[in-house]
Design a protein around this ligand. Structure first.
Ligand SMILES: Nc1ncnc2c1ncn2[C@@H]1O[C@H](COP(=O)(O)OP(=O)(O)OP(=O)(O)O)[C@@H](O)[C@H]1O
Length: 237
C-alpha cells in the first residue's frame, strides 16, 4: 500500500536521501531506524507530502496521517480533547459519535474528553495525538520518533497501545526511530539507514539477531539493554 522507489533529496548543502526504496503492505509495520542525520525524517516528510523529493516515486493507496515526537507542540493548546477530535472527524466527514470510541481505542478515560492539553501528562497527550491521527481512518500512520520524548515506562504503554490499535483498525505503520530497542515490539520489518542510504533491511528479528552490516551491528550494540522488550503494563498514566 506504500511503495517508495529510489528517493533522492538534495539540499543546497548536500544530499539527505540517495536511492532509498522500501514498501509497507496493507496493515503492515515497517521501522526506519538510523542515527541522527541519516535521513529518516526527510523520508517521513516526503511520504506524507510535507516535502518534495528531488527524484523517485512514492505510491500510496489510501490516506496517511502523521504523529510527531512532541504532542504538546502538535496539539492546539486552547482546544479540549473532544473538540480536537470533533474537528478532525468533521473535516473528514466522519460521524462525531466516534469520539467515545476513539478515546477507548487509545485508552483515555471519557472524562478526559473535556481536558485541555496542559492538563494532560506527556503520555496522555501522545494518546490524544494518536486518536486524532486515527480519527481520519488513515490506511497508513507515519510515526516520527513518537515515543522518543517519553519516559521508558510510558513508552512501553504507548507501544502497547500502538500494537493494539493496529490490530483493531488494520492501519499500517511507518515507524521512524533512532532507538532500536522500541522496534521489535511494534514492527515486523525494518530498514536501517545511514547517511541517506538504506544499508540493511529485512524482518526485525533477523536484522537484530544477525545484523549483516557493521553500521547495524553498532546500532544493535548501542541499545542500552539488548533484547529489551517492553512488558505489558496494566496501569495507565
Ligand atoms: N531543510 C534542510 N536543509 C538542508 N539540509 C537539510 C534539511 N533538512 C535535512 N537536512 C539534512 O539532511 C540530512 C538528513 O536529515 P534528517 O532530519 O532527515 O535525518 P534524521 O535521520 O531524521 O535525523 P534526526 O533524527 O536528527 O532528525 C541531515 O544531514 C540534515 O542536516
Amino acid at each position: 500500500m506504500l511503495d517508495v522507489r529510489d528517493l533522492r533529496k538534495d539540499y543546497r548543502g548536500g544530499t539527505a536521501l540517495d536511492g532509498v526504496s522500501f514498501s509497507v503492505g496493507a496493515g503492515g509495520s515497517l521501522a526506519v531506524v538510523g542515527e541522527s542525520g541519516s535521513g529518516k525524517t526527510t523520508c517521513a516528510r516526503i511520504v506524507t507530502g510535507l516535502e518534495k523529493a528531488t527524484s523517485g516515486t512514492v505510491t500510496l493507496h489510501g490516506t496517511v496521517q502523521m504523529v510527531f515526537q512532541d504532542p504538546y507542540q502538535s496539539l492546539d493548546r486552547r482546544q479540549t480533547v473532544r473538540a480536537c477530535l470533533a474537528e478532525v472527524l468533521a473535516h473528514h466527514r466522519k460521524d462525531r459519535s466516534r469520539i467515545g470510541e476513539l478515546l477507548d481505542l487509545v485508552g483515555l478515560d471519557q472524562r478526559l474528553g473535556d481536558a485541555l492539553p496542559r492538563h494532560l501528562s506527556g503520555g496522555q497527550r501522545q494518546r490524544v495525538a494518536i486518536a486524532r491521527a486515527l480519527a481520519a481512518e488513515p490506511r497508513l500512520l507515519v510515526l516520527d520518533e513518537a515515543v522518543a520524548a517519553l519516559d521508558v515506562s510510558i513508552q512501553a504503554q504507548i507501544l502497547n497501545l500502538l500494537v493494539d490499535a493496529r490490530a483493531a483498525t488494520g492501519v499500517a505503520y511507518l515507524f521512524i526511530t533512532h532507538d532500536l530497542s522500541v522496534v521489535r515490539h511494534v514492527c515486523e520489518d525494518v530498514v536501517v539507514m545511514s547517511r541517506g542510504r538504506v544499508v540493511e533491511s529485512g524482518p526485525v528479528e533477523k536484522v537484530l539477531h544477525e545484523p549483516e552490516h557493521d553500521y547495524t551491528r553498532r546500532l544493535v550494540d548501542s541499545v542500552p539493554r539488548p533484547g529489551w522488550v517492553p512488558r505489558r503494563v496494566v496501569s495507565r498514566d
